[in-house]
Write a protein that binds this ligand. Sequence first.
Ligand code: HEM
Length: 403
Amino acid sequence: MPALFSWEFASDPYPAYAWLREHAPVHRTTLPSGVEAWLVTRYADARQALADQRLSKNPVHHAEPGKTGIPGERSAGLMTHLLNIDPPDHTRLRRLVSKAFTPRRVAAFAPRVQELTDRLIDGFAGRGSADLIHEFAFPLPIYAICDMLGVPAEDQDDFRDWAGMMIRHGGGPRGGVARSVKKIRGYLAELIHRKRGDLGDDLISGLIRASDHGDHLTEAEAVAMCFVLLFAGFETTINLIGNGTYALLRHPEQRALLQSSLAAGETGLLETGVEELLRYDGPVELATWRYATTGLTIGGQPIPAGDPVLVVLAAADRDPDRFGAPDTLDLARKDNQHLGYGHGIHYCLGAPLARLEGQTALATLLTRLPDLRLGADPDELRWRGGLIMRGLRTLPVEFTPSA
Ligand code: HEM
């Protein structure tokens, strides 16, 4: 039985997941926080569990409420958002935000994402080296989502600081993080209040409009919604860009294929490629918490009511029973129904925005810095040790300086 959640595990969890899939596909373990939870690692079981409504997202169903250590339990109100609630509230809120967060709105945002991407690359292109996490993958999604929500440009650097604080400390509910959460909450409440009197073309105004025409959104729900949009869309996208660039740098033949397809003006390989990068080393290692509301069976394993269940997306997406050559990065992979964005009613609401950002970021990087290479030994790279997310702390790169 390989050690889970160790330092080696954080840098490469895939061998341990292969072992679990084969020997203990639904496995009860003690998490670093001391909480006991079931890990589900096979694709078929994972997909079924993600769609099983007997598994609640609401922490009140944990047999030992207050023990999961997720920030939500301590900041009630802010955390009554999509990822912590079940139908019928979930259905109502999701319908409401879907009216504002439309594929059309995302598509119209493409030129802005391109502009942000270019501006960030301009910041280091002339230097010949950079840390792609701090200078690129980290700021891009925070500025993008702030813009989309309608956070004024002069306030966006505050968000960058608050978000950096939350990410550095793994989102835990202590000290500086609690202060950042409080500041963000206060700021969002005030911004929503202001927008009510002066509706614009942004997502917050869209949410207010949608809630004034039918389903009602309370002030607290509106704040929680903006909070989840910020934080569900932030660290995930950093990791898509970070893990994705890293995987490409480690697979020169795949990266060369992508570069020649981009040079030929094609987008097909970029589109399948970003999906494959999500499957191969996706940003969300474990789906967010679920709790058994009743005794149930997953993959033949009985789970008692009240037990937490963690679906390991990273393990399911390497399952040889679902994917041919699952440990091979194949940017042209076609049959690729990966679980990187989840599945079922909580399927990622921001997937169109994430795809837009991921595709724009990777295509622009490889086009503007064609000889991009790793600036450190892969063994020296450090991965964040969080439970839910998988991503690099830094990604040093080198390249020929360009204007
Ligand atoms: C839900 C992944 C980007 C907003 C989810 C879930 C996953 C996921 C796995 C489901 C979690 C679960 O069932 O426990 C990702 C990945 C992203 C990404 C891999 C980037 C590559 C975004 C962006 C936004 C966003 C950019 C918004 C701006 C959301 C929201 C939910 C969600 C609001 C909750 C949906 C619900 O519960 O109905 N995401 N996400 N995500 N995501 Fe994303």
